[in-house]
Design a binder for this molecule. Structure first.
Ligand code: UDX
Length: 435
């Protein structure tokens, strides 16, 4: 099939490359001139494991090309929309990019086309887009909600191994066409109406965020009663009704999806007259985890003013350079506000962090350099190089009281204690012994 993919982020590019490698003829619309020239040179403009190879293959087979504008793309059977739907300060979802693309498609198409919505949009959006834009097109445009569940850093793997393919189509005749798009991917296909498909995406992300905030609440309680959240999460997760995933206590969730989608769903609920108190608590707990990190450091150091603090990890999770809504960014701001001095290191995210953090942060080229003279270190992202760091050497770089706040519960506690470091975790039993 001929497919046009509109969208600047990792979802759009993974979809374009994936579909081209599956034998479809794909045009990717990329408005950003810098990214476009990067792609035309055969390079992926951001870090995403396995995507370079997929791009090379797709371009090499002549199945993937690029256009700067929708109007520059050849006619297509399917136009896939994967543009951003960021949060406005109120929590409302900003649909301006989606509306611009859908209006553009409606204005320009001369052949019937199927519009596949990959962007995360509030339930009811598909119906409104159809009424407002698509019904006015010169030729029939049918509409499908086809949410994606790709994780950043694992997006190529997830593209080929989805847990399910959700097809939200009020017109059942289009289902086979969407199935043909994913003919070589093995996964359960679930057909439902458009609004339910739209809701599925929000429900999935909100539930995963709920698991994280739940285990963070349990971690907090563990500290108060002298239990260890790692034992608890491990044992609880063995119940298949609960499952082992997303039970890692830590500094909380960040990234381009969970924060935006939880506040988006909360806003949607309020607009529909429903107080989603559970979700409000999930969001609040997630914010609290960041404050709690600063509080723990202040307690361990006897205040933060004039303290030297190293922050290891700036990305919202390992495997990406993305700092959107990353806990480290908020924590650094809190530390600076309290008068601490911050030295930061991340193997992939420093360039992006520099753009959003105040200029008084010092960036170092290795983790050990960040630890020079540090009273405390926060490990905010569980990059493998921090787990395997030479903690003996680290303790020599630091100055007393040599506190390590393990914000992801990923470090070898016994080794750190043996090196004379003061270990503080999230819901870990050792912390109770220390205080
Ligand atoms: C998420 C969803 O997983 C994906 O299905 C959706 O399409 C987009 O949003 P992503 O944002 O890439 O993907 O990250 P994910 O790996 O899910 O982690 C999100 C955040 O939760 C990270 O900050 C991570 O550190 C945190 N997390 C995750 C925890 O704090 N504890 C956990 O147990 C799991």
């Amino acid at each position: 099939m001929r497919v046009t993919v509109v969208g600047a982020g990792y979802v759009g590019l993974v979809a374009a490359c994936g579909l081209a490698n599956s034998g479809h003829q794909v045009t990717r619309v990329e408005k950003d001139p810098a990214r476009l020239s990067c792609l035309r040179e055969g390079k992926v403009p951001f870090r995403e494991e396995g995507l370079d190879e997929l791009l090379h293959k797709a371009v090499g087979m002549g199945r993937l090309s690029f256009a700067a504008e929708l109007t520059g793309a050849p006619p297509a059977d399917i136009t896939m929309v994967a543009v951003g739907t960021p949060s406005l300060p109120s929590g409302k979802v900003d649909l301006s990019q989606v509306q611009e693309v859908v209006a553009g498609v409606a204005a320009m198409v001369t052949e019937p086309v199927l519009l596949v919505m990959k962007s995360t949009v509030p339930p009811g959006t598909g119906a409104k887009l159809q009424e407002r834009f698509l019904s006015k097109a010169r030729v029939p445009i049918r509409y499908v909600s086809n949410p994606e569940f790709l994780r950043e850093g694992r997006a190529v793997y997830d593209w080929y191994h989805p847990d399910r393919i959700v097809i939200g189509a009020d017109d059942p005749t289009v289902v086979e066409q969407v199935k043909a798009l994913y003919a070589d991917i093995e996964a359960p296909v679930i057909h439902m109406d458009v609004a339910s498909a739209e809701m599925t995406k929000y429900a999935a992300n909100a539930f995963l965020a709920t698991k994280i905030s739940f285990i963070n609440e349990i971690a907090h309680l563990c500290e108060l009663v002298g239990a260890d959240v790692l034992f608890v999460a491990n044992a609880v997760g063995l119940d298949p009704r609960i499952g082992p995933h997303f039970l890692q206590a830590g500094l909380g969730y960040g990234g381009s999806c969970f924060p935006k989608d939880t506040s988006g769903l909360d806003f949607i609920a309020s607009m529909n007259g429903h107080q989603f108190n559970l979700l409000k608590a999930v969001i609040e707990v997630n914010q609290r985890q960041r404050l709690e990190a600063a509080r723990k450091l202040a307690a361990a150091l006897g205040g933060l003013a004039d303290k030297e603090i190293a922050v290891l990890g700036l990305a919202f999770k390992p495997g990406t350079g993305d700092v959107r809504e990353a806990p480290a960014i908020d924590i650094i701001r809190l530390l600076l506000d309290e008068g601490a001095r911050v030295r930061a290191y991340d193997p992939a995210a420093m360039e992006y962090a520099r753009r959003v953090l105040p200029p008084d942060v010092t960036y170092t080229s290795t983790a050990l350099q960040a630890l020079d003279d540090a009273h405390a270190t926060v490990v905010a992202t569980e990059w493998p190089e921090f787990i395997t760091l030479d903690w003996e050497a680290a303790s020599h770089h630091m100055q007393p009281p040599r506190v390590v706040l393990d914000g992801r519960n990923c470090l070898p506690i016994e080794k750190l204690l043996a090196c004379g470091l003061v270990y503080v975790g999230i819901g870990r039993r050792v912390q109770v012994r220390e205080y």
